[in-house]
Ligand binder design. Sequence first.
Ligand code: FES
Length: 154
Amino acid sequence: MLSEKEREEILEETKLYPFPKAACIDALKIVQHHRGWISDEAIADIASELSMSKDEVDGVASFYTRLYRKPVGRNVILICDSVSCMIMGYESIYDYISKKLGIKFGETTSDGRFTLIPNTCLGDCDHAPALMINNDHYNNLSIEKIDSMLEKYQ
Ligand code: FES
């Protein structure tokens, strides 16, 4: 069930659009903001609130990498695996982070500190390889920069 606050915030967003369905992404972001991720139950609640089918809402939620359909850690690392970063060696960055944290793509550390997710182009192609941690961008990555970068996130 959506909380009263979630429902109020979603209602405010729907007022910005000609029809409620158009606020679907906003509604998903609101729920994720409050809960950290978007459960099947939340998908059904949003669908009901916006007069959509569950499949329609899930289709939107599962399209966007940064809408999380399962619980994630306190910090989410999004590593770009698109062409420029591939050419510039994102795999060595991934391998180093994966080994250091003991997790692969789609996994969360046992202490809940980090989740590791692949991501398409982050718009930093001219400074590849690139990644994001939460809302912070990092580019021109090298293995030497990783340890101090991760230390900022507890
Ligand atoms: S391909 Fe990685 S930032 Fe564009």
